[in-house]
Design a protein around this ligand. Sequence first.
Ligand code: DGT
Ligand code: MG
Length: 241
Amino acid sequence: RRIKGEVVLKDVTFGYVPGKTVLKRINVTAKPGQKIAFVGSTGAGKTTITNLINRFYEIEEGEIYIDGINIRRIKKDSLRSNIAMVLQDTHLFSGTVRENIRYGRLDATDEEVVAAAKIACAHSFIERLPEGYDTVLEGDGANLSQGERQLLNIARAAISKAPILILDEATSSVDTRTEKYIERGMDRLMKNRTTFVIAHRLSTVRNADLIIVLEHGEIIEQGTHEELLDLGGRYYQLYTG
Ligand code: DGT
Ligand code: MG
C-alpha cells in the first residue's frame, strides 16, 4: 500500500518533560501534495511538531494519522522511508559524498545522484572536491562548510521518493545568492509531496497552501499569505515587522 501523504494532527498536546507543555491541542490537516508552513517566534514549537510527525518522540495526548493510519501503528522503518527531511542540523556520515546522497535509495544510479546534486545546487562544489563524488566525508561532514552540508542534505531529499517532506530551516546556512539560485530546486523538491516547511525568512513560505502561526505552542492564526495579511494580526506583524 503506497503512502499518498495525507497527514492529520488531531488535538496533539505534548511536552518534553513532565509539567511543561510545549504544544497545546494542535490540529492540522495536510492533504496529499499540500505545502504547509509553520511560522512563529523562537521556541514556539515549530520543530517540535515535525519531531512528532517523525515520531522522534511519543505523543501523550492526541493522535497523528498518515493516510488515515495512526502513526503509532506504522513501523518506524516505513515512517523513515516515507518522510524525507532537511533540518537545520545536518546529518551526514563518514562515507563518500555519493554514499551520503544515495542514503536511503541504494538502488539510485550515478546519474540520479548527479541529477539530485544539481537540483540541490551542490554539483559544482562537489566537482571541486579532491575526489569529486568519491571524496570521503569526515564524520558529520566536518570537512565541508555548514551550507555545503545543507546542500548535500537537500540532494539526499531530492533523490528520495518519500511522499512527505520536512524542511526545517533547510537553507538557513546557505548564502543569499545560493539560496536565490536554489529556489527552483526547492520547488522541484516539493512537487507532488506533502511538505511541512519552517523558515524564519517569510518570503519562502508565502506561497504555501496553508500558513500556521504558532505562539507558545498554540495555533493563533492560520490561512494563506493573503488571508493572514488581511487579518492584520501576528503574521502581519511578523511580515511587515
Ligand atoms: P526555533 O527553531 O528557535 O525557531 O523554535 P521552534 O519553534 O522550532 O521551537 P522548538 O519546537 O524547538 O521548541 C519548543 C519548546 O520546546 C522550547 O521551549 C524548547 C523546548 N524543547 C525543544 N526541544 C527540546 C528537547 O529536546 N528537550 C527539552 N526538554 N525541551 C525541548
Ligand atoms: Mg526550530
